[in-house]
Each structure stands twice: as structure tokens, then as C-alpha cells.
Design a protein around this ligand. Structure first.
Ligand SMILES: *Cc1c(COP(=O)(O)O)cnc(C)c1O
Length: 463
């Protein structure tokens, strides 16, 4: 059943109509899904029929089936986890990426998407104040980017002790000690598992979850051998960042590679007002960030940045005769990420940056922080409410007296539907976490969400 060019138009038109309807519903719809995973499974549950169905009809059916199970993540009143919405230019570019259907592995084969991604990469290095000669790869997310940075680190530090991991593998290799802050993101541990590096060595952190440099020195001095230090820009709960200047100097003085997990916090570097939070970032060796969080491009899009291109390319590059390699200059896209074939997920990054400009990126970051501060100020003024973290970036953690009351209020907020916020556990207590990650969140959204918090408190106290 070969589709001819004209046969795409009706299905795409239906998709566009459903997309517009979804986006138009965001300001007024309840944020949470109306049905749960089991109910959705029942809706989708049907045997695969024998005969083909028209593409436009399939799109209509999909939209109808999915509707009650969609979470309004792109809405301005969604504050769960750290997620972010989607900028119009990025969403439209993402559609084009699907229509173009380029395999983004090779410069030779798909020069247009390779060029857009290369330029997006250069813009990112410039915006984030990172070394211009670094390699930029587009991954599925910060987990994938942590994988890239820590894989480069593993190769580099083993090379330093004369162990060729590409030839010999890890069996019998010297042990690598990986040092992480006590309050790192779980994806770091996951990636260390992928890489065969085992459990990391924890370093003490302060009340905001930031690694303590003196503790890093002490912990590193207690063991010997090749070392990797994994720092963090943007703690999931406090939004605070590790002290890069001091920690990187200590780590480098002890021969370590320094990687930074900056899934959302790296973007502080793009703001003149907030860049002090990540001072010393450029002293490190590799960086992981997400574009699908703070930059507000669609899933899935992470950015992996490595200061030494030859290291990352020797980890992920291959030389096989059927691939027409580009041996000069920037290197092929596949040499910077774990995948060969992939969608051109860096193109929406190009579109997002082009649509915002440098001042727009700065306004985006500053706006998120301003909204978080509005939340913090208003919440701190409410009786019985405690803002638990120092609100320096986009994250606000709130306690409502007891853990029990905090959990009940969180449930009420989610059931109310006006706003969506995650419950979490941090600094030894249950909290409500508000993450401001969506470019479209405005003061009106903040006020509506605060009113929902007040309603939840009142409802909870009535019981
Ligand atoms: C979200 C996040 C990650 C994981 O990123 P994914 O894009 O979900 O893979 C890692 N570290 C931090 C600090 C994060 O906030």
C-alpha cells in the first residue's frame, strides 16, 4: 500500500487540527489526566484488525482515544518534576523534522540538518559560556548526555593510566573512583551502571544539596587511582549549583575528569542576572543538559558537550567502510552520541534559539526565576507554610507543617486540577515541589496556582 504524495495531506491536516484543538484547550482544561493508565489501556485495547485503515481516520481515532489520558504538561499551570513546554518555532520545526525524515548521523548524507545542528551547537556554547572548541551532540535527554560525558571521562582517565578500554574492555582494568555529591540526580547512578563503573563515592553536601569542596578533597584523598568527579548545576529540589571553581580546581589537582549534570541548571549561564550561580562552569570537562526542559523544545532533546572532541569521538566514532566519513573539521554527528540513526532533534533547538535570540533566551531564564520567586514570596507569607529551600533558581520546595498535612495538601492540589505540582521527599521531610519550567507561565498562572494551594489548605483543614 504505497502512499503517494497527495495522501499525506489529509492525515497531516487532521493532525494539525487536533494539535490546535489541544493547544487551545490548555488555558482552561484541568491539568491532570481525567482517566488513569488502566482506563486508557482499556480504551486502546483492541485486536489489530486485518485490513488497512485510512491514515486520516487513524489520526482521528488516536486523538479521540488519547484525549482523556493526556496530562496538560505544556500548560502554564503545570509545575511537576522539571519538564518545560514547547516554543511555537520549536514545535513547528519538529514537525518539519518528521516530514523531512533525515537520518541525522552523517554530514555527507544529510548536510542541511547537520548544518542546523552544528550552528545550534555553536550558539549553545556561546550562550552558556562554554569553550568554543567543544563538541556538541544531541541526545535523547540529560540521562543520555550524562552517559556521553561520563563515557568520555571513563576513556580519558583510563587512558591516563595506560589502559586502552576500547581494546581491553573493563575486565581487569584499574578501578575508577567516581565522586558525586550526596544530592545528585538518580540518572547519574543509572549511567554509571550502564558504564560498568558501579556505585559512586558520595561526597557531603550542604543544606541546599551543594557539594562541599573541603569534603570532596578529603574524600578524594582517602582513595587512589583514576578519578571522575560529577558535579551538578541545578539541584532538582533547591535549584542550587555546586561550587564549580573550587571543586573543579580540587578535582583537576588530583587528576580527575570533571563532568557536570546541568539538566536544567546549566541555563543559568545564559542570564547575566543568574550566571553567578554557575560560576566556574567552563573550568569543567564535560556538560550534560536538556533542551526539552529549560529551552522548551519538544521531547526528546538533550545536549552533550565535551571539551575534548578527540576523546568523545574516539568513544563513539567508528571506522567502517560503508560509512562515508567526513574526516575534516567538526566531525560527524554520530561521533558525539551513542546512536547511529536518529531524528534531527537538534533542528528544533536551532529554531528555538533563532526565534528567541540571545535576549529572548535570557528573558526566558529570568522569567522562570521571577515566577519561582513570586511563588516563594507568596507562600512564605501564608500561615502554616514554610519554603524549605533558598529559592535561587526555578525550584520551590514547600512544607505545610507535618509530612502528613503536606501529602494531603499535595493530593488536594492535584485533584483540584487548576495546577499540577509534584510531591517529593527532600532534606528529611515530605514537601510539595514547584518547578517553573514553562516559558508560557505568567503571573496570572502563578496567582491561579497560589489560589489552588489556598483552597487545598482550607479543604485539608476541614477534614
Ligand atoms: C531531568 C534531570 C535529569 C534527567 O534528564 P532526562 O532528560 O529525563 O534524561 C538529570 N539530572 C537532572 C538534574 C535533571 O533535572
Amino acid at each position: 500500500m504505497p502512499a503517494r504524495p497527495g495522501e499525506y495531506a489529509p492525515a497531516l491536516a487532521r493532525a494539525q487540527e487536533h494539535a490546535n484543538r489541544w493547544i487551545d484547550s490548555l488555558p482552561s482544561r484541568p491539568i491532570g489526566p481525567r482517566q488513569d493508565a488502566e482506563q486508557l489501556l482499556a480504551r486502546f485495547s483492541m485486536p489489530l484488525q486485518e485490513l488497512p485503515i485510512d491514515a486520516a481516520a487513524v489520526v482521528d481515532e488516536l486523538a479521540r482515544l488519547a484525549e482523556p489520558g493526556l496530562m496538560a504538561i505544556p500548560a502554564g499551570r503545570f509545575f511537576g518534576w522539571v519538564m518545560g513546554g514547547t516554543l511555537p518555532a520549536a514545535m513547528a520545526a519538529d514537525w518539519l523534522v518528521s516530514a523531512w525524515d533525515q537520518n541525522a548521523a552523517l554530514r555527507y548524507a544529510t548536510p542541511a540538518t547537520a548544518a542546523a545542528e552544528e550552528i545550534a551547537g555553536r550558539w549553545l556554547l556561546d550562550l552558556l559560556g562554554l569553550p568554543a572548541g567543544a563538541d556538541v551532540g544531541f541526545t535523547t535527554g540529560a540521562t543520555g548526555s550524562n552517559f556521553v560525558g561520563l563515557a568520555a571521562a571513563r576513556q580519558f582517565v583510563l587512558d591516563g593510566v595506560g589502559w586502552d578500554i576500547a581494546a581491553e574492555g573493563l575486565s581487569g582494568s584499574p578501578r575508577i573512583n567516581v565522586f558525586v555529591g550526596r544530592d545528585r540526580h538518580a540518572s547519574v547512578d543509572l549511567v554509571l551502571k550502564y558504564l560498568g563503573l558501579g556505585r559512586p563515592i558520595e561526597v557531603a553536601a550542604d543544606a541546599q544539596g551543594c557539594l562541599i569542596p573541603g569534603a570532596l578533597a578529603e574524600t578524594m584523598d582517602a582513595v587512589s587511582g583514576p578519578a571522575i568527579v560529577c558535579l551538578q548545576a541545578g539541584n532538582l529540589h533547591s535549584g542550587a549549583s555546586d561550587p564549580f571553581t573550587e571543586a573543579a580546581a580540587l578535582a583537576h589537582g588530583r587528576g580527575a575528569w570533571v563532568h557536570v549534570d546541568g539538566a536544567f541548571g546549566l541555563w543559568a549561564a545564559a542570564s547575566r542576572t543568574h550566571r553567578h550561580l554557575v560560576e566556574g562552569l567552563a573550568d569543567c570537562d564535560s556538560w550534560a543538559t536538556d533542551a526539552h526542559k529549560t529551552l522548551n523544545v519538544p521531547y526528546d532533546c538533550g545536549v552533550a558537550i565535551v571539551s575534548r572532541p578527540q576523546v568523545v569521538r574516539s568513544v563513539f566514532g567508528v571506522h567502517t567502510s560503508y560509512l562515508v566519513r567526513d574526516d575534516h573539521g567538526p566531525g560527524d554527528p554520530f561521533e558525539k552520541v551513542p546512536e547511529f540513526s536518529r531524528r534531527a532533534r537538534g533542528v528544533p533547538v536551532w529554531a528555538a534559539l533563532r526565534s528567541l535570540g540571545t535576549s529572548g533566551v535570557e528573558d526566558l531564564v529570568d522569567g522562570l526565576v521571577a515566577r519561582a520567586q513570586s511563588f516563594a514570596q507568596a507562600l512564605a507569607a501564608m500561615p502554616g507554610v514554610e519554603v524549605v529551600n533558598e529559592v535561587v533558581f526555578t525550584q520551590v520546595c514547600v512544607g505545610f507543617g507535618s509530612d502528613e498535612r503536606t501529602r494531603r495538601i499535595t493530593e488536594h492540589i492535584i485533584a483540584d486540577g487548576t495546577a499540577w505540582m509534584s510531591g517529593s521527599h527532600w532534606a528529611g521531610r515530605d514537601i510539595l515541589r514547584i518547578s517553573v519550567s514553562n516559558f508560557s507561565t505568567d503571573e496570572h498562572d502563578v496567582q491561579a496556582a497560589l489560589a489552588a494551594v489556598e483552597r487545598a489548605m482550607a479543604a485539608c483543614d476541614l477534614r
